[in-house]
Design a protein around this ligand. Structure first.
Ligand code: NAP
Length: 168
């Protein structure tokens, strides 16, 4: 998984990200380029121009959009109408190439299948209405590493990775 969270593990408000951090967007691009992004329909519609991000295969979870491959969103994407359909689609994709990119409902449903989470931790509270699982309170995960402190536009943050503990 890859997510940016505030101090309360908040990830979004009113269908948008909490803050715009160019360094984090660059990190997200570098990590996910060439990979497969899994996202919910609301997150797709929050992207610039409501278009899938270039340079990545995009799979969108949705029951309201018709299934299969669509090209009418400005770039090709695939729609899966259930977690199970999505997991079947991913069977032959190497794990390291798969990035679950939100939002809350998709993070929540895919966490049981997830080995590690790249979490950008933002030092602030931004009144979120959507949240990521608090991995510090989740026994199945442990903090594997944290970057030096970053700062942009007066906002401090760190990149981090949480790994699933063995056998959990
Ligand atoms: N900080 C971050 O890293 C980050 C990353 C991504 C998103 N976000 C934020 O998260 C918020 C959006 O999260 P959200 O939970 O409201 O929406 P979401 O997870 O992006 O999308 C929800 C939609 O996904 C579809 N869906 C979910 N589970 C499904 C399933 N099992 N089968 C079929 N379709 C399924 C449904 O679409 P249909 O209604 O079409 O059926 C559902 O309405 C926004 O504020 C966004 O900016 C933050």
């Amino acid at each position: 998984m890859i997510a940016a969270v505030d101090k309360n593990w908040g990830i979004g408000q009113d269908g948008k990200l909490l803050v715009r951090l160019p360094g984090d967007l660059k990190y997200f691009r570098e990590k996910t380029l060439g990979g497969v992004l899994i996202m919910g329909r609301v997150t797709l519609e929050s992207l610039p121009g409501k278009r899938p991000l270039p340079g990545r295969t995009t799979i969108v979870l949705s029951k309201s959009l018709a299934g299969g491959v669509r090209t009418d969103y400005g770039a090709e994407m695939e729609i899966c109408d259930s977690v199970e359909a999505c997991l079947r689609r991913l069977e032959k994709v190497p794990r390291g190439n798969i990035f679950v990119a939100g939002g809350e409902s998709v993070y929540r449903q895919f966490l049981p299948y997830c080995a590690d989470c790249l979490v950008t931790k933002i030092d602030g509270s931004f009144g979120a209405d959507r949240f990521f699982e608090d991995l510090d309170a989740n026994d199945a995960f442990e903090l594997a590493w944290e970057s030096p402190l970053q700062e942009e536009n007066g906002i401090k943050y760190v990149f981090s990775q949480y790994d699933r503990k063995e056998n959990k």
